[in-house]
Design a protein around this ligand. Sequence first.
Ligand code: JBZ
Length: 271
Amino acid sequence: MPTAPTRPRGVAELRIDVVSIFPDYLAPLELSLVGKAAQSGLLDLTVHDLRSWATDRHRTVDDTPFGGGAGMVMRPDVWGAALADVLTPDATLVVPTPSGETFTQRVAEQLALEPALVFACGRYEGIDARVAEHHRAAGGTVRELSIGDYVLNGGEVASLVMIEAVARLLPGVIGNPESLVEESHGEAGLLEYPVYTKPPSWQGLDVPEVLLSGHHAKIARWRRNRAIERTIARRPDMIEALDPSMLDKADRALLTGHGWLPGEDGRFHQA
Ligand code: JBZ
């Protein structure tokens, strides 16, 4: 795991720095896709220990909240010193926080276009609000992002999630670019259809006949129908958001058959 910026930085597609009081949490980044991207020179990843910028004997990074309340808040002076050293003018500051905008595939696509990202991992009740405010006032880009509506203890695991989602979008990280467009949360706006492989019969369960038929048009229609039905059952919010111009006659008939009807705007709503 790279730690100190003593090593000269390569000419990578994307530079990522992570600042955390638990740099070991980021060790999984060395494995799998992200590690391979780093090894192949597409990604230049450095993890920093925030406590290197603490100035007192106990390397304190937090203090009690002004106005009272539970827990501790991370000090702006320690974060300010760290970011003054790590943030370059071209870098986007990413702050994982439960009060952030939702991190989605579209946000991952935006971040993958940036030259440099710095992830600031908070702990305790979060980072003093002036840190983000200061960097915006200085003309920097700050993205405060949440990976979902559940409780984590800090920004490290959220950073891992976001870094994996971004790194796999870098040109050259994934072998087959088709797998980037056909998967769930691609542009179709539907969940992925169910997939099967050998053996054709297992535990009394048979692979659907159509998939063995070699009828490519029938297979495509079957898969789209299953994708729509899965999305209706699991993510009705995604049905509401579908662009109606992307729906063919068979899509519309299937939706209507499941009690979804087109409204004034052409979008489908549950009847
Ligand atoms: C996140 C204080 O740092 C935290 C704490 C919880 C948390 C994050 C950062 S990011 N939860 C989420 O995305 O759900």
